[in-house]
Write a protein that binds this ligand. Structure first.
Ligand code: NAD
Ligand code: TYD
Length: 355
């Protein structure tokens, strides 16, 4: 079996669902269930013996050690993190605690477990760390896309904390020989995406008749990948990645934020037209920019394609259509994630942004 951390969050839950469906191998899922963790994402696994859930913190060394001893996983995949840039600007401490200290404690527990394995199991063990393209910083309009050798230039507390965790993972390979793999992926979208992030926030606000808040001029560029393609990339790296290597993961799909929001509005206009016949795009509102806002991210995913034969299955057009359909088909999920805590966050982040 494998141990996954953060498997009740957006990408982790998609990974666990696909893992059980496609590999048949059991998975232990360690998740603290912060505001971003939602067991409802995994409700289809309720009667599934191959999914074992444990609530807890990756920074709890004793808990991680006991899970490793009890379940003897052949691999650990680390998704657990604080993941939202705007929250990292308002309250950075949790990012340092989980992404830096938590990853450190997790690495320590895994190192002790791995060190005690018999030689063949030890040789086959893997620690896969899931990271982001944001560690590379911001690109100018004509710069080439990020390759794995691009220098680290993190600009937000979130990306700085992820960069620190990547460095720790690298150091545990270099110093202790821990068999690690790191993936640095671009922006994901798809089912179970928490509506604090751009695409699900726009869907939820559009349907509720609320403003669609565009930070700054809306011309910031992100490189979007359908979440299930990220999950297939992680499975492939786990299976065949070279030890100690990092793999950039992306869908060759750079788009300015404003184009993304217009695409979302266009799909909603077709699938769930507004009662007054107007486009959801009329709800677009320009608001104060994010401090230190990175202008452009772009991933060069040629290494993972060349070495491991991985390519995304979805185009942006097919992935975003599936995503919008999922949100329209799951109104209960959408309603339940907008709890009191979610409303508090929306007030904190948007009330101070002048339109
Ligand atoms: P998310 O915020 O939706 O989920 C994070 C999960 O981790 C939640 O279930 C949360 O409860 C759990 N968690 C948080 N702190 C924890 C702790 N201390 N111990 C145990 N569990 C804890 O995030 P996501 O978007 O699913 O991202 C998952 C990973 O992928 C993160 O490491 C993130 O940096 C990385 N990543 C995300 C994207 C993206 O576009 N979302 C892109 C590239 C990389
Ligand atoms: P986000 O989904 O928070 O991901 P990240 O900051 O990790 O790339 O934001 C994606 C882009 O959308 C980013 O450039 C910020 C912008 N954005 C808005 O314009 N308005 C919003 O309300 C949000 C949440 C994001």
């Amino acid at each position: 079996m494998i141990l996954v951390t953060g498997g009740a969050g957006f990408i982790g839950a998609n990974f666990v669902l696909d893992w059980v469906a496609q590999t048949g191998e059991a998975v232990v899922n360690l998740d603290k269930l912060t505001y971003a963790g939602n067991l409802e994402n995994l409700s289809s696994l309720q009667a599934e013996a191959r999914h074992i859930f444990a609530q807890g913190d990756i920074g709890d060394h004793a808990l991680v050690a006991s899970l490793l001893t009890q379940h003897q996983p052949r691999a650990v995949v680390n998704f657990a993190a604080e993941s939202h840039v705007d929250r990292s600007i308002h309250s950075p401490e949790a990012f340092i605690q989980t992404n830096v200290m938590g990853t450190f404690q997790l690495l320590e527990a895994v190192r002790a477990y791995w060190g005690g394995l018999a030689s063949d199991t030890k040789a086959n063990f893997r620690f896969l760390h899931v990271s982001t393209d944001e560690v590379y910083g911001s690109l100018a309009a004509t710069d080439p896309a990020f390759t794995e050798t691009h220098q680290y230039e993190p600009n937000s507390p979130y990306s700085a904390s992820k960069a620190a965790s990547d460095h720790l993972v690298r150091a545990y390979h270099h110093t202790y020989g821990l068999p690690v793999l790191t993936t640095n992926c671009s922006n994901n979208y798809g089912p179970y995406h928490f509506p604090e992030k751009l695409i699900p926030l726009m869907v939820v606000n559009a349907l509720a008749g609320k403003p669609l808040p565009i930070y700054g001029d809306g011309q910031q560029i992100r490189d979007w990948l359908y979440v299930k393609d990220h999950c297939s990339a992680i499975r492939r790296v786990l299976e065949a990645g070279r030890l100690g290597e990092t793999y950039n993961v992306g869908g060759w799909n750079e788009m300015p934020n404003l184009d993304i929001v217009h695409t979302v509005c266009g799909l909603l206009d077709t699938l769930r037209p507004r009662a007054d016949g107007q486009s959801y795009a009329t709800q677009i509102t320009y608001v104060t920019d994010r401090p230190g806002h990175d202008r452009r991210y772009a991933i060069d995913a040629s290494k993972i394609e060349r070495e491991l034969g991985w390519k995304p299955a979805e185009t942006f057009a097919s992935g975003i259509a599936k995503t919008i359909a999922w949100y329209l088909d799951n109104p209960e999920w959408v309603a339940r994630v907008q709890s009191g805590a979610y409303r508090d966050w929306v007030d904190t982040n948007y009330a101070a942004r002048a339109a």
